[in-house]
Design a protein around this ligand. Structure first.
Ligand code: ANZ
Ligand code: ZN
Length: 808
């Protein structure tokens, strides 16, 4: 061991190895390699003016360790990086600083790249992509053309969320607590012609296919809730002496006899028609006021119920009762049928509505078959039917089926599935986005740009401010705007809306497979070789947006034959956010942001990476601590010293140490797959302490093995110490040690299986196997099956770690 430069000085060694790795092209993935492929993906960053955040590092450092370990395990690893660079933050930054978004993007990307490179992450930079590059976004536009061709992109005149201060339309996700996400101004409504994507057509598949993928349960549940599948029944209520009827949507047909009113959303097409002359003024007035409210106000469950009687009546198809028809804004126009049967005794919203307007409350479900006097709140659970004619005495679940089929036979009901998911508003009235490749012709209407004309480049505009009229800034680019209709050749105008930020990130993981292809978005053989992504890590905040949108687009690409399967990500993990030392979110305005550059400068990249892995459980939010950083740095110094000072003359490693090394090896193998990076770091610390207590009792070979184990987590330090052992190759060209068989054995034992006291089989079981596990294993053994067939087990005797005896 060369003893020069005894002090651990990361700033001296880290840049050196980063250069070394780059020249060796160590991290370039190989298309079609015979080695098993592993596609490891992090959510590509948005290159904002603020620079890299320690939150990015949490995800990247962890997945970098995964990528490095898999390479050592002789896998063909693809670990790519790029820039998700269109969108509002850059546009807003440009508006504030006067730097054009294009220039700002180039500057921010350069800065991010420098920052990422200083961390020594093992990205394959040869595949770098940028969503604002026309070579890239021509394929984003191509996907839009395909969606349009298949009728999944369409225009609709719809009220959109509108920020009166930013003067732009907002997607639902951009409205937080009823206000514009950026400036906090309460969102208003504005009706505009918008491009929409029919994601609702995929709602069912987006739920069903979750069964195929390995996502955290929390993420699956959130997607399911967001899509909101509801299986129920549509029931027809006739309105006597008119040509009208009302369809309601209910999930509780069993409560039909408890209906005491029918309630329509103010937007319902029948609302105005059913107002009788006597109620004209009051009811019309109510509708007008309700329409002016924001969705947020209307959906606020806590608010007091409002409503108005319209003068007409409907007939309950179950018992012929006459029910007043009300109009109330707690009924939403775009869910179900926009009309409900009001069952105050069993739905809390209906209960409050009935209390307020003195509607009858009729109990029809009871926990014990008895009627309660004076219900204090709705009884919402299932139970026994009462006051329901021949259905009384039946239980909710069976009554639902019976009542539905009884109505169905009379043509008054049908089973129906509704989803909460809405079509996706895909237009933005912004400058910094992909132009939507459509041409509007006065004669031919909306005409798609021919594929050969892609990309439709975003024109360089000096004035890119929002217009305030709801029109996109591109409407001012006259030269660009005026064009010829591809169909009839007449004068026509280009679409001026741009795509939302999510458009480029919908499919970016495909472009990494073939970033320079000019003929197709990616070569299909390459897609087949690399997809699906084996491990995708990203923030929880993207669960219902990016993650859902990209799954939708991938399914669409499957349907048109571009990709070979229906799900893009085999496995998804999510990391928690890092809070500032004061427990608040890191934010410029609080002045509590930790700049990764400064940590790298003071302590080195390895310390920062290791610290962020050590912070705490990967999937949980965690508070930053600078003391913690110092602690991790001391650990690396200790490791450094230990390796340099060990004489490596030992002929045999102390058995205590060799066993600990095996255990460490095994622990990394197991914990890395479970994203338990923190316990891995703790295990390294323990091991280093043990060796320190038993100085000079470890062989060079074992020390080298230790360095290989450490290399995915502290790559620079491991590489430096490796070279000081005299190696000329990179430590990352070595192989991952296989955890010793001997040690693994102790976790397994042999159990004897007896039948009536006679040995019939032996089974290998885990050391912690319970009686139930062993019985199950034994009953699956062919030998045992033979002996047991035709017999009943009278008694089972289990001696843990030894034997199981079936008495038959
Ligand atoms: C009668 C009833 C009785 C209901 C009862 C519930 C309990 P999910 O599960 O979320 O789909 N509903 C239907 N359309 C609505 C609309 N446009 N706006 C507001 N509420 C609406 O909820 C289905 C239930 O939500 C339906 O079942 C309906 O109320 C209400 F004891 O019908 B129910
Ligand atoms: Zn035309």
């Amino acid at each position: 061991m060369k003893k020069t430069n005894q002090k651990y000085q990361p700033s001296k060694i880290e840049p050196k190895w980063q250069k070394f790795w780059e020249t060796k092209k160590l991290y370039e993935a190989e298309d079609y390699s015979k080695k098993p492929k592993k596609y490891i993906l992090i959510e590509f960053p948005y290159p904002s003016g603020e620079g890299l955040h320690v939150g990015h590092v949490r995800s990247y450092a962890a997945l970098d360790a995964v990528a490095r370990k898999k390479r050592l395990e002789d896998k063909n690893v693809l670990f790519p990086i790029g820039w998700d660079a269109f969108g509002l933050p850059t546009e807003n930054y440009a508006l504030k600083t006067g730097v054009h978004p294009e220039k700002a993007t180039a500057k921010n990307v350069a800065n991010f790249k420098k920052q990422l490179q200083s961390l020594g992450l093992s990205f394959d930079w040869s595949r770098e992509i940028n969503t604002t590059d026309p070579e890239y976004y021509q394929w984003t536009q191509w996907i839009f053309l395909k969606l349009f061709e298949k009728g999944l992109a369409y225009q609709a005149e719809i009220p959109i969320n509108w920020c009166p201060s930013c003067k732009i339309g907002l997607a639902n996700e951009e409205v937080v607590g009823g206000a514009c996400e950026r400036c906090g101004t309460p969102a208003a409504k504005k009706t505009l012609k918008q491009w929409m994507l029919k994601i609702t057509k995929y709602a069912g598949r987006l739920i069903d296919d979750l069964a195929k993928v390995d996502f955290p349960e929390r993420v699956k549940a959130q997607q399911k809730n967001w899509i909101g599948r509801s299986k129920g029944t549509e029931i027809i209520f006739q309105i006597p002496n008119t040509k009208y009827q009302i369809q309601v949507f209910t999930t509780r047909t069993d409560t039909l006899f408890g209906t005491t009113a029918v309630v329509l959303a103010p937007e319902h097409t029948l609302a105005e028609k059913l107002i009788t002359p006597k109620y004209q003024k009051e009811a019309k007035n109510y509708i007008e006021k309700a329409l002016a409210k924001s969705d947020f106000e209307r959906e606020n469950l806590a608010k007091e119920k409002t409503g108005v009687f319209c003068g007409s009546y409907a007939i309950n198809p179950a018992n012929g009762e006459k029910l007043p028809i009300w109009i109330a804004d707690y009924v939403l126009c775009d869910y179900g049928t926009g009309a409900i049967m009001c069952v105050p005794a069993h739905d809390q919203r209906d209960f409050e509505f009935a209390k307020k307007f003195n509607l009858p409350i009729k109990q029809v479900i009871s926990p014990d078959g008895k009627e309660e006097k004076n219900l204090k709140a709705a009884f919402v659970a299932n139970g026994v039917l009462i006051n329901s004619e021949e259905f009384s005495g039946h239980y909710s679940e069976e009554a639902k089926k019976q009542i539905t089929s009884w109505l169905e036979k009379r043509g008054l009901a049908k089973s129906q599935i509704h989803y909460k998911l809405r079509d996706w508003v895909f237009s933005r009235q912004h400058y910094w986005g992909e132009p939507i490749p459509i041409i509007h012709c006065p004669k031919c209407g909306a005409v798609p740009v021919p594929e050969k004309d892609l990309p439709i480049k975003l024109p360089y505009l000096e004035k890119y401010q929002p217009t305030g009229t709801g029109e996109s800034p591109l409407a001012q680019a006259t030269d660009w705007l005026n064009t010829k209709c591809p169909k009839c050749g007449g004068s026509a105008k280009r679409e001026t809306d741009t795509m939302p930020n999510w458009a480029g990130s919908n499919w970016y993981f495909l472009r990494y497979l073939n970033p320079k292809n000019n003929k197709v978005l990616a070569d299909s053989a390459k897609i087949k070789y690399w997809m699906p992504v084996d491990w995708y890590n990203g923030g929880y905040e993207h669960t219902t947006l990016h993650l859902l949108y990209s799954r939708f687009i991938y399914k669409f690409l499957f349907d048109i034959g571009v990709v070979p399967d229906t799900e893009p990500y085999a496995r998804r993990t999510s990391h928690g956010i890092i809070l500032a030392q004061d427990g608040r979110k890191m934010s410029k305005s609080f002045g509590n942001v930790i700049n990764p550059d400064e940590i790298v400068k003071e302590f080195g990249a390895d310390t920062l990476r290791l610290y962020e892995m050590f912070l705490g459980p990967f999937d949980q939010a965690i508070t930053w601590s600078t003391d913690g950083v110092k602690g991790v740095c001391r650990f690396l110094e200790k490791t450094w010293k230990l390796v340099l000072e060990t004489e490596t003359k030992a002929v045999k490693t102390n058995p205590k140490i060799s066993s600990a090394l095996q255990k460490l090896n095994l622990k990394i193998d197991q914990d890395l797959e479970k994203t338990k990076f923190n316990t891995i770091v703790a295990a390294f610390m323990e091991f280093v302490n043990l060796v320190n207590e038993n100085k000079q009792q470890i062989t060079k070979k074992d020390l080298e093995k230790f360095l290989i184990l450490l290399s995915p987590f502290a790559p620079h330090l491991a590489e430096e110490l490796w070279s000081r052992f005299g190696h000329k190759n990179s430590i990352f060209e070595e192989s991952w040690p296989v955890a010793g068989k001997k040690l693994i054995k102790t976790d397994q034992l042999t159990i004897i299986i007896q039948i009536n006291g006679k040995l019939r089989d032996k089974l290998e079981v885990a050391a912690d196997a319970t009686e139930k596990d062993v019985v199950e294993l034994a009953q699956n053994s062919d030998k045992i099956k033979k002996w047991l067939s035709g017999h009943k087990i009278q008694k089972t005797i289990f001696v843990p770690n030894k034997l199981i005896n079936f008495v038959i």
